[in-house]
Write a protein that binds this ligand. Sequence first.
Ligand SMILES: N[C@@H](CCC(=O)N[C@@H](CS)C(=O)NCC(=O)O)C(=O)O
Length: 322
Amino acid sequence: MVLENAKEEETSVHSGATKRHRKAGKKRQQKNQRKQKSSVKEVLPPPLTATSPPPSLFDGTTRLYVSYPCPFAQRTWIARNYKGLQEKIKLVAIDLGDRPAWYKEKVYPENVVPSLEHKNEVKGESLDLVKYIDNHFEGPPLLPDDLAKQTFAEELLAYCDSFAKSLNSFLRSKGDDISDAGMVSPVVALDKFEESLSRFGDGPFLLGRDFSLVDIAYVPFVERLHLFLSDLKKYDITKGRPKLTSYIKELNKIEAYTATIWDPQESLTQIKKKFENCPKILGPRKKCYMFFLKINWGSKSAICYLASFICSIWMASSRNKE
Ligand SMILES: N[C@@H](CCC(=O)N[C@@H](CS)C(=O)NCC(=O)O)C(=O)O
């Protein structure tokens, strides 16, 4: 592809093509190079643990500190990839379960990911970082020029916290109906999302034709709602939501995003562990066990007494049959 472009450029120079032609060719070439750069699969660094030494901090290297399973960190990671900054912003993965002490002491006192080390400063908060990366680095802009789209972007960004919380509220809720899931029901959040996808008629994304920072804000949570609801509740979020269906299809064509998808099985294992005591995601056997653990000793011994009484009757009746 790059070769083809070089040839194209050479011919146009020889045929005395205008300056504008050459400029367009160069732009195309840069675009292709960016595409190529991002299509080479990045080898992800292993997560740093409590025993790992820190990188040589504040040496001028720009570093993005993430945890691979974290949806907030995923936002910044997608932005970095989409802008083709794989070589400019170094990814540093942290194992949150076995966190190195130097991360809090020397990098980011809030002790959460993501954070960005840039020009001898460390900044945090995923949405601020996505905007920061967009404003301070090269690469395709993450917001369109259109004012109406920018206004809608602000509206959507203001709602994305509630959208993200719908995931937690579902996992923590007791009822069986996911439309009745605590603070923000995922059904309501997803219906609102489907409606938002219809705002502009020019494309599959939230702001129309182009993938933007608003998509980046939502995508990690759409991905998790899709996975968790389907596995834990057998609820397909795409059913009856045609816009969301094609949205997910289009997203899966964006390598800057697909490269950040964490192993679904790992994600499920982690979430089940995190919400282990929530009735919604426990199997019937585990539910009984949790119930037994919670009740007082009097009730426990009454249940044991009853169980042994039933056992002895059952054994006696099977002995009689013999
Ligand atoms: N509001 C923050 C939230 C970041 C956050 O909660 N990150 C989690 C990982 S997904 C974290 O680092 N938690 C620290 C901990 O578990 O102690 C953002 O948007 O960046």
